[in-house]
Design a protein around this ligand. Sequence first.
Ligand SMILES: [Fe+2]
Length: 511
Amino acid sequence: MLSLLKLAVLGLASVAAAQVDSGNGVHVPGNVPANLYEPLQHRLAFAGVDGMTISWSSFTKLEQPQVAYGDHPSRLDMIANSTLSTTYNTSRTWNNHVKLTNLKPATQYWYKVSYTNAAYAAYRPLYTFTTARAPGDMTPFSIASFADLGLMGHDGLSTRTGPLGGPTTFLGANETNTIQSLLQMKDTYEFIGHYGDIGYADYFLKESIQGLFGTDNKSVLPDRETVATRYESLSEQFFDQMSPITAEKPWMVSPGNHEANCNNGGYSSKTAPNNITDDYCFEGQTNFTFYIEHFKMPSYESGGRNNFWYSYDYGMTHFISLDTETDLGHGLVGPIENSTNNQNGPFGLMDEQVKWLVEDLENVDRKKTPWVVVGLHRPWYVSVEPPTWPAWQQAFEKIFYDYEVDIYTQGHVHVYERFNPIFNGTVDANGMENPRAPWPIVNGAAGHYDGLDTFDDVRYNGSAFGIDDTYGWGRMTFHNKTHVTYEYIASGNSSVVDSATLYKEHKFHKK
Ligand SMILES: [Fe+2]
């Protein structure tokens, strides 16, 4: 049953859309299509060793989401169906998920999404993807790796972004942004690891208060309905911008604080001097609903929980995604969990995430996947107002060390900074040559409305290199069982501006 709000939203949006989206199969980003069944915002995710989940959005419910696929572009002779077409209060779209199984490893497939009785509709785009390499496949590969990538363009990061945006906010007039760079360089990586803060739809409130949308600076608080509709508009625009990439490259995501609700933990304005709490968000825009509904990560396949913690293998590497926002275990409170202004999580039982992490690491076959890489949102080593012994460090760092995790990548802070391998504040004496300690990399500089952060005058202990004035993304290349290289790619011209290689013998201390 549609809520009255949703009906109103659809009605208003449809009127506007009729002027710009003619229904000829060419979708105008951010608008409601003339055909509400039109498949939009495609996104892929690995689903176990032989699976791929195809997700997309439509502006109406699909009774039976369907994918036609095959191993030749003119022979889509296999069909997969599901009943997963769901929405939430205030969303204008339904999220459709279909899981393909029994796929061959490292194999190219082509697909079209559809729905019952409308297979092969002519305008429906044909996309392609390549399945994961089998565990133990030692073929070199690269991934794109970053956090904190938000909306680009008029409502997000642009050459004329918000009047009170970050200190280095503006995008250069001739620079490509990170989404454009990722698209241009699509053939240089096999999938994406996006470690939290996805789209920044919750920034509508902040952008409004700061005057980006024409309101008197800090004097007007948008009403709840406006926040809800524009949150969804920003979200749709972001998925539209990403889909030329994510329709063909798996997009493996982790939760960040900006997925939690509509108010980013609370803002203040002249009319609302106290923080705007979760009460300002409609039901459906709280507690990570957006994140839970839009994505389908392989938690079922790896024994994890929803999209919050999960793992998967790809060739010589075991990848793990964790939740730094909630569910830290052992009595630790996540940074946005049950705070004064927001009620988020927990999503698992007591200590579930850390118990799962230990069990997952216990079961890694390091003969097949010698590399173990963890993605999670918040850092604990970073040279921007570094927190002192934060809860998420207490939850995870020792486990990483004990189980010889090779690399962990984080974001949240909007800089690029790589450290020397380090544990418990002590830099590993071996440096990058076969260290015992894991290698932390912070890369939250992909860009969004707020721009970049600025390093403190004194770098944190162990910092090896950092950039705080250039938008960019990371490319991690696994050469063989002993060498991996991390590069920082400047989004403006897609050039490599930093590169470091880690050597690990992978003779493990733990049996
Ligand atoms: Fe964040």
